[in-house]
Design a protein around this ligand. Structure first.
Ligand SMILES: [Zn+2]
Length: 288
């Protein structure tokens, strides 16, 4: 199955596929085991930093090996590449999807580079995701401070601009903002589902990607998926949190073991628990 067919199926049947970030093989194993247990297709993704750490070709090779070992569709997404060169690393390594995030650039410059990325990626039958609105937070972490609705509203996507951008660039997927934000906050204002509906109406044939999937209440994520445009939900912070907290606890309980692979199974289980929970929320179980 091509990833485009999977997205079309998700669009039609109103479920979303989880896009889970990786920076180590243990997290990859956790994602794949959870997805296999639930017979769910899955996206594995790496940001440029994570890609540099893992090696783009290693991410691809391990993902392909796991896919054949577990017999489930696994696609690989380059997450938040911010330059044309970073995109080319993913395109050349064989990523299935390339997310070019030009939201820090001017609208015009973003459009020009997105067009170039689309031309390179489509020549290899890869999908491209674009982004025009700047997230209020770039980093996937746990924040202590609150985020106000006023601050979030400044980042909201303008449906007309989104439509114009899609028409000009021919991207497959748009990462739009309607109250979603990277990271976890003590309290987070609700998603603007009405705005999401408007965005869906102006770009009915374009897939939508929901970033900042960690920390948004489950019912709201499900509502966003049911509207019909959101087929991909990015998750990073909740997995990082589970990894770190469980690793600290396991090391405290086991001060002598030197073979790290013997210490890591509970860490894998904790991350697996997050992925399992998300797959159920997104409705992608039994969709392979
Ligand atoms: Zn993101």
């Amino acid at each position: 199955m091509h990833v485009k067919e999977l997205f079309a199926k998700a669009h039609h049947e109103k479920f979303a596929i989880g896009a889970f970030n990786v920076a180590n093989i243990e997290t990859m194993r956790a994602i794949v085991e959870a997805a296999a247990e639930l017979a769910s297709p899955v996206l594995i993704e790496s940001s440029p930093g994570e890609t540099k750490w893992m090696g783009a070709r290693n991410v691809i090779s391990v993902a392909r090996n796991f896919s054949s070992e577990y017999g489930i569709p696994i696609f690989v997404n380059l997450d938040h590449a911010e330059t044309f060169d970073e995109c080319m690393v993913g395109i050349e390594a064989g990523y299935d999807l390339i997310h070019f995030d030009g939201s820090a650039l001017s609208y015009k410059e973003n459009m020009e580079i997105t067009k170039k990325v689309v031309s390179e990626a489509h020549a290899k039958d890869l999908m491209v995701e674009a982004e025009i609105d700047r997230m209020a937070r770039k980093s996937s972490e746990v924040y202590k401070e609150q985020i106000t609705i006023e601050e979030l509203k400044k980042t909201f996507s303008d449906p007309q601009k989104v439509r114009e951008f899609v028409q000009a660039t021919n991207v497959d997927t748009m990462a739009t903002l309607f109250g979603n934000i990277h990271g976890i906050f003590p309290t987070q204002p609700p998603l603007d589902i009405g705005l999401l509906q408007k965005i869906c109406e102006v770009i009915p044939d374009t897939f939508l990607s929901l970033h900042g999937g960690s920390g948004i209440p489950d019912s709201q994520v499900q509502q966003a998926i049911k509207i019909g445009g959101v087929v991909k939900v990015n998750i990073n912070t909740e997995m990082r949190l589970a990894f770190r907290q469980t690793l600290e606890k396991t090391l405290q309980e086991n001060t002598k073991e030197l073979a790290m692979y013997k210490v890591l199974p509970p860490v894998i289980d904790a991350v697996k628990g997050v992925v399992r929970k998300k797959i159920k929320i997104f409705g992608s179980a039994n969709k392979i």
